[in-house]
Ligand binder design. Structure first.
Ligand code: NDP
Length: 450
């Protein structure tokens, strides 16, 4: 490796792995950041003297607790939940809750760490956190999900607050779960306050929050393409996932004239060579958001499309790839296939969807590779706008919120250019990491040894 901080990175990572054993996702997220940040930190002695990287990679606190609930058969069930409050140097903790059987402390630490830098990039005063539980909402009745959410909030309410920590949704936590969580918080506290974001419009939610991460991902992608005198118009796009981020990324990509040819879920992917048009997208939304059904049903309705069990869509030749499902869903082999097929841009709607070796291939190939912390920051940005509206007791129009979102994504793109320019190309990974780091690091240095 030609990186000037190579031995420093090695030393730093050895220490981190020793202090945080058995946490591969957390190691991966920190390594990606430290590899691009270390040379910058080495050039700025005051960050080194203040041990900023060491402090930034140690969460402020982690709360872990038991969630006991009763299923529809009257059996007692037990899950484990967490809230990782990573860093509140620039604002109250903010970050989603994930309900998925794969949730572990390592996964939430990786997400919380990323969230700190992402929230800083938005320019809004938000610290970083993440939480969730190893609970699987799939196959559970609404009543079971409600009892689980109520039990979880009964403990979580001790640790959150509108000026302390404001959670939101993530994988497995959508409008239904946020509503149950908010209802229980309100009951316990006897206060109506903006304690969660992603709320329903009837009780303090923001217009465009549901669409924000997917739309923001496309705005960022369009900014990258515009930078090279190009646009999404006429591009062929592969999307993975069919959840909140994926559905609204597909919608905005369509709006901007792209042809989206895939979507997926944990059972496999669909390939629709004719493109997912608005009518097909409505069907997909109904299938996933209302019926919570499996994606192969799309091909029963639209026989021109094919279903590929257990496969991800990265073998399809496309101009743009948008991973919008989960972490490590683009392997090194997938990255190579995308590049061999001439992909021009990869924009990460999901968090850490590309393994380190795959990300390195994208950077080395100098394609337009947008890392998650920049690309998917639109979700938390509109969450921040939801908090502002709650504090002001106002509801901004759809157009107002969407315009603010577009401006925020444009600003993030500019910051990436400022710190990521490398000759005639842009390393968006380095740009996003440094731009996100500076504000948090400056606040930490200013506070002294805390
Ligand atoms: P959803 O739960 O709405 O959707 C997740 C999608 O990914 C579903 O299609 C799901 O399939 C699929 N998926 C989940 N786990 C796996 C897996 N292990 N293998 C294959 N497919 C999988 O979540 P979101 O859309 O909210 O989140 C998607 C990603 O975006 C996550 O990485 C999240 O952290 C990130 N993100 C989300 C934000 C938001 O505002 N929601 C903000 C910023 C980032 P199935 O239905 O079969 O489980």
């Amino acid at each position: 490796m030609s990186n000037p901080g190579h031995s420093e990175i090695k030393k730093f990572m050895n220490g981190l792995v020793k202090r945080n054993p058995h946490e591969p996702e957390f190691h991966q997220a920190v390594r990606e950041v430290v590899e691009s940040l270390m040379p910058f930190v080495m050039e700025h002695q005051h960050y080194r003297d203040a041990q900023v990287l060491e402090r930034m990679t140690e969460p402020d606190r982690i709360v872990s607790f038991r969630v006991t609930w009763e299923d529809d058969q009257g059996c007692i069930r037990v899950n484990r939940a967490y809230r990782v409050q990573f860093n509140n140097s620039i604002g109250p903790y903010k970050g989603g809750l994930r309900f998925h059987p794969t949730v572990t402390q390592s996964v939430l630490k990786f997400l919380g760490f990323e969230q700190v830098l992402k929230n800083s990039l938005t320019g809004l005063p938000m610290g970083g956190a993440k939480g969730g539980a190893n609970f699987n909402p799939k196959g559970k009745s609404d009543r079971e999900v409600m009892r689980f959410c109520q039990s979880l909030m009964t403990e979580l309410q001790r640790h959150i607050g509108e000026d302390t920590d404001v959670p939101a949704g993530d994988i497995g936590v959508g409008a239904r779960e946020i509503s149950y969580l908010f209802g229980q918080y309100k009951r316990l506290e006897n206060r109506f306050t903006g304690i969660l974001t992603g709320k329903g419009l009837a009780f303090g939610g923001s217009l465009v929050r549901k669409e924000a991460t997917g739309y923001g991902c496309i705005y960022f992608c369009e900014n990258m393409l515009n930078q090279c005198g190009d646009s999404l118009q006429g591009k062929t796009v592969a999307v993975s996932g069919s959840g909140n981020v994926a559905l609204y990324a597909i919608e905005k990509a369509q709006d901007l004239g792209a042809k989206v040819v895939s979507a997926s879920d944990s059972s496999g992917s669909i390939h629709d060579p004719d493109g997912i048009d608005p009518e097909k997208l409505d069907f997909l939304k109904e299938l996933k958001e209302v019926h919570r059904a499996r994606i192969h049903e799309y091909t029963e309705r639209y026989p021109g499309a094919s279903f590929h069990a257990g496969e991800r869509p990265w073998g399809i030749p496309v101009d743009v790839a948008l991973p919008c499902a989960t972490q490590n869903e683009i392997s090194e082999e997938d990255a190579k296939r995308l590049l061999d097929n001439g992909v021009q841009s990869v924009c990460e709607g999901a968090n850490m969807p590309t393994v380190l070796a795959g990300a390195k291939r994208f950077v080395d190939a100098k394609i337009l590779y947008g890392p998650a912390k920049a690309v998917n920051a639109g979700g938390v940005a509109v969450s921040g706008l939801e908090q502002s509206q709650n504090a002001l007791r106002l509801l901004w129009s759809r157009n107002e919120v969407d315009t603010k979102l577009q401006t925020i994504m444009q600003d993030i793109h500019k910051k990436c250019l400022e710190y990521g320019r490398n000759g005639d190309s842009v390393n968006y990974v380095t740009g996003a990491n440094i731009a996100g780091f500076i504000k948090v690091a400056d606040a930490m240095v200013a506070y002294g040894a805390v």
